[in-house]
Ligand binder design. Structure first.
Ligand SMILES: [Zn+2]
Length: 59
């Protein structure tokens, strides 16, 4: 099970409530076999910060 998040390039980013940056995107959740599982909101700024903190989280 290798789900992927694909950020929609067509959607306009909206302001994120957590970091205040206009970097909140609509992303599609796609399973390993290409099946669309649904949609979620992803903030690229928060995601980047999480990675910089380096708490050993793997994706
Ligand atoms: Zn954010």
């Amino acid at each position: 099970m290798a789900n992927r998040m694909m950020i929609s390039q067509e959607s306009q980013p909206i302001p994120c409530e957590d970091c205040g940056q206009p970097t909140l995107h609509v992303a599609r959740l796609v399973a390993g076999d290409g099946q669309l599982l649904g949609q979620t909101m992803v903030c690229t700024e928060c995601h980047r910060r999480r990675n910089e903190n380096g708490s050993g989280v793997t994706t």
